[in-house]
Design a protein around this ligand. Structure first.
Ligand code: ATP
Ligand code: MG
Length: 509
């Protein structure tokens, strides 16, 4: 028996008579009114649904891509033809990507294929042709959700056995994530109690030859000292200055071993000021080394006596815990004044400390996330450090994530043909995954040429909405909407200050 439903008691009933369009409109109004009534008592659910709907918007309207090329004018009439999907894929080139499979972290929705999208660089390595390294470049204009994506990658990958390291967090926005994951944050800045000794010797990997490891530690320390000196002096070091650093470090390490202490930056700075000791150690009859080290002594003094006093010139207050799921270094108290040098010096020390601790190849899969990396790219010594890390990534099981605003940030590393530019372009080449969030119109041409985007891809990145990015993975492209769990949305919210109402004035103000 067929039961016919009659009109409901709703004010918006569907009239039996009247033309079709009116009936359809009335039905739509009824559904909307019922939904409105359902959500009226649940204000929270309502906001979440509204935002989710925004995220779930299709890229193109139901009628397909607008414009004459859409081939949807209703004029194209072809006879029906039946074939297998394998043949159809060859005959009909407008099929959506098959996706990368279900391995790895869930990111969100592939908006072309209308399917879930998962990503894990270590899963793809060796399986996808042309996927040569696990590093990720993430670029997009301010507020599009780059950090939120990096945080989701971090948080969701914990379940896959990853550990997460954020060597420099200039906005302090990773602290909440680290706490939520049971990790640690070291906050550095004037008046803070955290101390890091960048000359800490990392624990030797299991089975490493002690002599080889001592050479490696010495090399890392020298590289760090030279980077710091170059950052303060704003120039390359002269050959005699390199020798002076070499000798001063060896003297300090020998002293520290004798007294059973750890070598500190302050010890190196004061050793560089002892001209006669340096000259004696070198055995140079002309005694020129002491004089050549003068600039260096003053440069390193900034870390000991200047605005960064104490932070990097004392034994570390924390030990690197390789078992902790996450570690971030909060530098938000530094660099608020116009001069970036303090922040850069701190980043150099902090990343050297962390990178040394990460050099154990048995440490498992790890993310090292450089949020706000555009601030680092202008500084050659930091670029050199990053390039070294990038090269080591496969061997150590580390996936680096570089977060920048625009691709031209890479070009700001130096003029065409300069070493800085070559290093920055090398970083881009060594990122097999490029995730591009919305770019400003004036950046489109540069982005397209640097990444080899097609016309359609270039058009797509100009119109991407928040949380939506073009993923270029070893020559394949996906447009993916990153979906956030409400708890994640709360945890990653960096808009709260923008949304807060105006500060109320007290009677005295
Ligand atoms: N996929 C998403 N869905 C909903 N909200 C999102 C999504 N991604 C980010 N957001 C929200 O957008 C705001 C800005 O995000 P986020 O801080 O990640 O942007 P950003 O690109 O890192 O900005 P900046 O360049 O200033 O660092 C945050 O409050 C975040 O919660
Ligand atoms: Mg950010």
């Amino acid at each position: 028996m067929r039961i016919r439903t009659s009109t409901s008691a709703s004010a918006l009933f569907t009239p039996a008579r009247g033309d079709r369009s009116k009936r359809r409109q009335a039905r739509r109004d009824l559904v909307a009114a019922q939904r409105e009534a359902r959500l009226a008592d649940r204000p929270d659910a309502r906001t979440v649904t509204a935002v989710d709907e925004l995220d779930a918007r299709p890229v193109y309207p139901g009628a397909g891509r607008p414009g004459p090329a859409s081939a949807r004018g209703g004029k194209l009439r072809l006879p029906a033809h039946r074939m297998t999907t394998a043949v159809a894929a060859g005959a009909f080139p407008f099929l959506a990507e098959g996706g990368l499979g279900s391995g790895g972290m869930y990111i969100g929705r592939d908006v072309h294929a209308e399917a879930g999208f998962c990503f894990d660089p270590f899963e793809l390595y060796g399986k996808v042709e042309g996927f040569t390294n696990p590093n990720v470049l993430l670029a997009g204009v301010i507020g599009m959700g780059k950090s939120a994506l990096a945080k989701s990658l971090a948080l969701r990958s914990i379940a896959h056995g990853y550990k997460v390291y954020v060597p420099c967090d200039p906005k302090g926005e990773w602290t909440g994530v680290a706490e939520a994951l049971g990790g640690r944050t070291i906050a550095l800045g004037p008046g803070m109690r955290g101390r890091l000794n960048p000359l800490d010797a990392p624990t030797a990997p299991v089975g490493a030859d002690p002599a080889d490891w001592a050479t490696e530690v010495r090399k890392r320390r020298l590289l760090l000292l030279a980077s710091l000196a170059r950052t303060v002096l704003h120039r390359d070091l002269a050959p005699m200055e390199h020798t002076a650093l070499d000798i001063a470090l060896d003297e300090v390490v020998a002293d520290a071993e004798r007294t059973g202490r750890v070598p500190l930056l302050g010890d190196v700075a004061s050793m560089l000021g002892k001209a006669s000791r340096l000259d004696d150690a070198l055995g140079d009859p002309a005694r020129r080394l002491g004089a050549a080290a003068e600039d260096l002594a003053h440069a390193l003094r900034r870390l000991v006596q200047g605005d960064l006093a104490g932070m990097f010139d004392a034994p570390s207050t924390v030990e690197f815990d390789p078992q902790a799921p996450m570690l971030s270094i909060d530098l938000s108290q530094l660099g608020s004044a116009g001069d970036d040098t303090g922040l850069i010096l701190a980043m150099t020390c902090a990343s050297a400390w962390m990178e040394a601790a990460l050099s154990d190849p048995g440490g498992g899969r790890r993310w090292v996330i450089y949020d706000e990396a555009w601030r680092l790219l202008r500084h050659l010594p930091l670029l050199e450090r990053m390039q070294a890390q990038w090269k080591l990534s496969r061997g150590l099981g580390i996936a680096n994530v570089l977060v920048i605003h625009r691709l031209s940030d890479l070009l700001s590393a130096g003029d065409a043909g300069s070493r800085g530019r070559a290093l920055a372009e090398g970083l881009l080449t060594d990122c097999a995954t490029r995730i591009i969030y919305r770019q400003e119109p004036d950046q489109l041409a540069a982005t397209a040429s640097l990444l080899g985007l097609t016309g359609v891809e270039t058009q797509a990145i100009a119109a991407l909405t928040r949380g939506r990015g073009l993923y270029k993975i070893a020559g394949r492209s996906f447009v993916v909407q990153h979906l956030l769990h409400p708890a994640e949305r709360h945890l990653y919210d960096t808009d709260s200050r923008m949304k807060a109402g105006p500060r109320e004035l007290s009677p005295t103000t």
